[in-house]
Design a protein. Structure first.
Length: 400
């Protein structure tokens, strides 16, 4: 099978979209399939890689968007259609499509290539967090148009599926995320690292891992900062780091970590807290759970499917998150129950392998391809009318 992947974000930018694309490429390689990646170029003078596992990467220019600098935005040029036409894939995989993915969806429809769209980013929710709530309706109009140009949409959580259906998006199926339970493991816990974080050895270590940007809501951890019985550790990079360092003066900021360093950091926590309510999945929660760390998250989006109250963590209402957080943390960290919660956290993810998720994705590809072969003349239909702003943006870029 030949798979053309149009990714809204990719290496060297590290985030949930990039990580899932990497796992998909690894699965395709392991099973003898061919792939092409169309992705944004690097920013901030980072070095671009020409391929991944031998799969070529076609880059498009990247622009910065005011207030949303934490998200790389690829310019939808003619290169998208040209790359797909030359590669001639059996199926197009749109990873978190919005801008670049919009061009991918249009190109796939023009080329009569079946497409699958993976919903991974709550852009409408981000607009609210970035003080642009009026954009929500416009964003959902575009999201509906874009996803309904494809033959199947895959969403990572029950709440995301329900929201997509409520907004008129058709043929939505569930595709979660796997976790590397060998890399992320309780045995990676480091007494040395814990001593660096807390030389007294008396504090509980409470951590957050993720992009330091407004939509993640990291400032909500302020209610735990500078407590005598807890030490906050913030792992990640992003545009809000300086602001957060001022808001959380007692916290330790490690910067971005990867691989074994990240695994060691996770496992050395006593409690993981995810603070943002706009996660369509939240891979960081799974990685913490694989590391044997109980988790707290908002009762919204992906965390609802990952956290079971009182078993492996607690879900808190978004409206009262900060008020309820201290008591929830104290309950989960209590010595009489923490050991059992840690074991339950690990058990929660032991069967969630990327291999199984990769096989499921290939099954969805086959289902779409089978449908396309049954009705080749009518399967795709006409390209739906695009919202005015999207048509102008794509048209201008395509003509550039």
């Amino acid at each position: 099978m030949r798979v053309g992947i149009v990714a809204e974000s990719f290496l060297p930018n590290i985030n949930g979209v990039t990580n899932s694309v990497l796992r998909v490429l690894e699965h395709l390689k392991a099973h003898g399939h061919e792939a092409l990646v169309v992705a944004p170029g690097a920013r901030d003078h980072k070095e671009e890689i020409p391929d991944y596992l031998g799969f070529p990467i076609v880059r498009v220019p990247t622009v910065k968007i005011p207030m949303v600098d934490s998200l790389p935005i690829g310019v939808p040029t003619l290169a998208v259609r040209e790359a797909l036409a030359e590669f001639n894939p059996d199926i197009v995989h749109l990873a978190s499509p919005f801008v670049l993915g919009g061009a991918g969806a249009v190109a796939a429809r023009q080329l009569r290539i079946p497409a699958v769209a993976l919903y991974q980013t709550d852009v409408a929710g981000f607009a609210t967090k970035y003080h642009a709530p009026g954009l929500g309706t416009v964003i959902w109009d575009w999201t509906r148009t874009l996803h309904n140009m494809t033959q199947m949409t895959l969403a990572p959580s029950s709440l995301a599926i329900a929201e997509l259906k409520d907004h008129g998006i058709k043929n939505v199926r569930h595709w979660g995320r796997g976790v590397d339970s060998v890399l992320f493991h309780p045995e990676k816990r480091s007494a040395e690292l814990r001593r660096q974080w807390d030389p007294t050895g008396r504090k509980k270590i409470v951590g957050f891992v993720g992009r330091l940007a407004a939509e993640k809501g990291v400032a909500r951890l302020k209610v735990l900062d500078q407590r005598s019985d807890m030490q906050l550790v913030i792992v990640g990079a992003g545009p809000d780091r300086q602001i957060l360092e001022a808001q959380l003066p007692g916290a330790i900021f490690t910067g971005g970590l990867r691989g074994e360093e990240l695994a060691r950091a996770y496992a050395s926590l006593d409690l993981f807290v995810h603070t943002g309510e706009f996660e369509t999945f939240c891979q960081a929660i799974q990685e913490a759970q694989a590391s044997g760390v109980p988790t707290i998250g908002p009762r919204a989006g992906g965390p609802v499917d990952l956290i079971q109250d009182g078993y492996n963590g607690q879900l808190l209402e978004v409206s009262t998150f900060e008020k309820d957080l201290p008591a929830a943390a104290e309950w989960l960290l209590h010595d009489t129950r923490h050991r059992e919660l840690s074991l339950n956290a690990r058990a929660s993810v032991e069967n969630k392998t990327w291999g199984a998720l990769g096989d499921q994705l290939l099954g969805y590809y086959d289902e779409v391809l089978e449908g396309a072969s049954r009705v080749p003349l009518t399967y795709f239909g006409q390209i739906p009318e695009l919202p005015t702003w999207a048509a102008r943006a794509l048209g201008a870029r395509q003509a550039a």
